[in-house]
Write a protein that binds this ligand. Structure first.
Ligand code: ADP
Ligand code: MG
Length: 795
């Protein structure tokens, strides 16, 4: 490695180590050990005339050797000195040179590996893989032998028994042995040639069909004895076999045959062969992230054996056992990474210690027009205790829509302020931030706590004033959107970060706001409750509090699914509710990824509703492209009842709180996901009157129907979340891409949920014995975590 790289690695880990509170945890494997190694290699790069520096670096090497024995305070002092030395060195030029290349490159960590690969062997090294095939494999994400082996079959076909032609009576997978009797082929349109043949086994004649594979036609002329595998499907009244595979009798592969996700120019047959070859030549060389001791204690098969099971199973049960074993490796890695993140933060011990603030909290609760629910009290207690500890808090607050998370957030913010710190509250949309700002200002003014609101549309002067006030500490709470993340937002003493609707933000954004304080406490909130295993997967670094009780006196929301023919009745309902002092939202279709079309739809609905349906009522309109003031005005007019009907896009989805609203009409409801429908429904039922949610949907597919039924059946967010997970799968539900966590290749959140729990327990246990993954047994694990979860390092 070149000396500049060594140098910048040293600077980087050192500053990270200081940032993380000198826990020796800034690098997997330990900061001190890592730093010493870097120093040693740097010494080898010193110029001959810089002997004095050689001595200095050697001294520091030995100081770092003692690092683990020092107290946190001593470590901090030491690293401050070290930093000074490094800065001093940077001011000199010509200290280092690159050693001649013939020397073997020292293995320095973190290594700039592209990705994790145990085989580490580029796929081109395999016999039979030239540039063209390598290119095709790359399309499947396969660049190394290990990638290939981790490319698991999507399904298996059971070819352990063959059928007689006479017994092919219904559609399905079959394998049949017989003699090709005749062949035909005919080009239909450019690029498509249909081949047909007839297979005779003495019990009958089976028509075969395949497309665009001339070599089958050539290799198996009439008279050849073959075994054919494929899917029988109806063509008119009779069955024909769609050929997947055809082989000479005696050469056919029988038993359980894997079917891989394939790509053009890379047929099953080749993938199967490649996998077998890789298994034979490289299987034993695969390195497993699960340490040997854990494997032994859990009685796991080796990773090589697991690979054999999935690629060459003797039974379906064996294939599944292999898959689960590989899934365990995968979830174990992730849980391990999360536990490392937790430990690193937790062991720093230099976080903010908030005070109990009993008096201030009592004063705040006095100001509320209602008593806190028991759940609210419990959750506030949990968060408070966490905030009082020296270890930084990292907590997720899950609570269904309308459960009353805001007052929990306000309470803990007051606690932070009473302890002499600032609190920042980040919301995902301007409207929501504004609403929170207004509410918080109103609530906290009597307590003399100034609340700032940072928004995109502020005048330059007011913005500068606010920024200055945050920097000098005269404003103690700030509410805002992503605007808070900007570099020029600087706090004097940020002690608490709260993120609302946190699934709308990525890991990095969380980290950015968090990084504006000195290890502040972090509370993230979500109204999209998620099942436990999903929470463990996505937020494994967080403790979880659950607000599982809604404020009393709420009437349940009546939910109905109707067709658009029911609009006359919907109109009546809206009129009746408004006459009784209520308000109604009409949410227009979400047209995927196209805000312009959404807005067009809203404008059109607005025209119809205001001119034709409710000419006698005032109707308002709200969508994302309105100017900030116009949005605020529309919300205000609705809240005050000046425009009791509000036609809107999903901008009203999140968090909007107008207790008088009692009707939520969602048009084209099938276009929305369950979580979104539930959020929208949560905009009503916030006051004391009974409320209604009307789902208007005409054309329903299966899944759409299930969603509507789920909505009508329950208004429990947790139940709906489970349902959503089943219907849509976890990726879509949460948008894992955004979350910054690599997706599972093998593990399945639902099927493997017990593995996830187990992996977490073992990760905790393992780290107790080897907290920095320094043992020989941890080598592979440490390596993989470092490369796969590089993105989590920042946090
Ligand atoms: P969410 O959890 O969805 O953010 P909010 O914090 O917006 O919910 O609360 C929903 C509504 O319930 C608000 O109008 C709020 O004033 C009210 N509320 C909160 N806590 C209570 C309580 N303990 N008793 C009665 N009403 C409450
Ligand atoms: Mg809320």
């Amino acid at each position: 490695m070149r000396w500049q790289e060594l140098w910048s690695a040293l600077r980087q880990v050192t500053s990270r180590e200081r940032q993380f509170g000198c826990t020796d945890g800034s690098v997997v494997g330990g900061y001190a050990a890592h730093g010493r190694m870097l120093l040693k290699h740097l010494r080898a790069c010193l110029n001959p005339d810089a002997a004095a520096w050689g001595a200095k670096l050697a001294i520091w090497e030995s100081r770092l050797a003692d690092y683990q024995r020092l107290s946190t305070g001593e470590r901090q002092a030491l690293l401050e000195q070290f930093d000074q030395l490094l800065t001093e060195a940077e001011l000199r030029t010509g200290l280092f040179h690159d050693p001649p290349v013939k020397e073997a490159e020292p293995t320095i960590q973190p290594r700039p590996l592209k990705k994790v690969n145990d085989g580490d062997v580029p796929i081109q090294f395999m016999r039979g893989v030239g540039p063209q095939r390598a290119g095709r494999l790359k399309k499947l994400g396969i660049e190394t032998v290990a990638d290939l082996l981790w490319h698991l079959p999507a399904r298996y076909v059971d070819r352990s028994s063959l059928s007689l032609v006479a017994s092919v009576q219904s559609p399905g997978d079959y394998g049949v042995a017989g003699i090709i009797r005749s062949q035909q082929h005919r080009p239909t349109r450019p690029g498509l040639i249909i081949y047909r043949a007839q297979l005779d086994d003495g019990t009958g004649i089976l028509p075969l069909i395949w497309f665009n594979r001339p070599h089958l036609h050539r290799t198996f002329p009439p008279g050849t004895a073959v075994v054919v595998f494929g899917k029988a499907e109806y063509r008119g009244d009779s069955l024909e076999l769609h050929v997947e595979d055809m082989e000479l009798q005696g050469e056919a592969r029988q038993g359980i045959v894997p079917v891989y996700p394939a790509t053009e120019g890379l047929p099953q047959r080749q993938l199967q062969q490649l996998c077998q070859q890789a298994l034979a030549n490289y299987g034993e060389r695969l390195r497993d992230a699960v340490p040997a001791s854990v494997q032994t204690q859990l009685g796991l098969m080796t990773i090589a054996e697991a690979m054999r099971c999935v690629h060459l199973p003797t039974s379906l049960a064996e294939a599944e056992a292999g898959r689960r074993r590989l899934a365990f490796t995968e979830v174990f890695l992730l849980q391990m990474a999360w536990q490392m993140v937790r430990r690193r933060r937790g062991s720093s011990g230099t976080g903010v210690m908030h005070q109990s603030a009993v008096r201030e909290l009592a004063a705040l609760w006095q100001l509320l027009p209602y008593p806190l629910t028991e759940a609210q009290q419990r959750v506030i207690r949990e968060i408070s205790q966490d905030m009082e500890r020296a270890t930084p808090m990292n907590r997720l607050l899950q609570g269904d829509v309308g459960a009353g998370k805001t007052v929990v957030a306000a309470s803990v913010a007051v606690k932070a302020v009473a302890s002499g710190f600032q609190a920042a509250f980040m919301a995902p949309t301007e409207i929501l931030a504004e609403q929170h700002a207004i509410n918080w200002q109103r609530l906290l003014a009597p307590m003399g706590i100034p609340v700032g609101h940072l928004s995109g549309g502020m005048t330059k002067r007011r913005k500068e004033e606010l920024l200055k006030a945050l920097q000098d500490g005269s404003v103690s709470i700030v509410v805002g959107t992503h605007a808070l993340l900007q570099q020029h937002v600087v706090f004097r003493r940020l002690g608490l970060v709260i993120i609302d609707e946190q699934h709308r933000f990525g890991v990095r954004q969380r980290a950015t706001l968090w990084g504006k304080g000195q290890l502040p406490d972090l509370l993230v909130m979500t109204a999209t409750p998620i099942p436990r295993t999903l929470a463990m997967t996505l937020y494994g670094d967080l403790d979880v509090s659950v607000l599982d009780q809604r404020p009393p006196g709420r009437q349940p929301i009546k939910t109905a699914h109707v067709s658009s023919k029911a609009w006359p009745r919907i109109e009546q309902l809206i009129r009746r509710e408004i006459a009784q002092g209520g308000r109604a939202y009409v949410v227009c279709p979400a047209i995927e990824e196209n805000e312009e079309l959404d807005i067009a739809a809203v404008e059109q609905r607005f025209k119809v509703l205001s001119e034709d349906v409710f000419p006698d009522l005032a109707v308002g309109m709200l969508h994302g492209k309105l100017k900030k003031e116009a949005k605020a005005a529309a919300m205000e007019a609705f809240a005050q009842g000046k425009t009791p009907v509000l036609v809107a896009t999903t901008v009203v989805e999140v968090g909007i709180d107008v207790p008088e609203a009692t009707v939520m009409v969602i048009e084209d409801a099938q276009r929305f996901g369950l979580a979104q429908l539930h959020q929208l429904r949560g905009r009503v039922g916030r006051g004391q009157s009974p409320s209604y949610c009307v789902l208007v949907a005409d054309k329903l597919g299966d899944e759409g129907r299930q969603r509507m039924q789920a909505m009508v059946r329950t208004d429990d967010g947790f139940v709906l979340a489970e349902e959503d997970l089943k219907l849509r799968g976890p990726g879509e539900m949460i948008g894992t891409k955004q979350s910054g966590i690599p997706a599972f290749k093998v593990a399945d959140l639902e099927r493997d949920s017990s593995l996830i729990t187990q992996a977490r327990e073992w990760a905790v246990r393992y780290l107790m014995n080897d907290p920095h993954l320094q043992a020989a047994d941890s080598r592979v694990l440490a390596d993989k975590i470092r490369t796969m979860f590089a993105g989590l390092d920042i946090f």
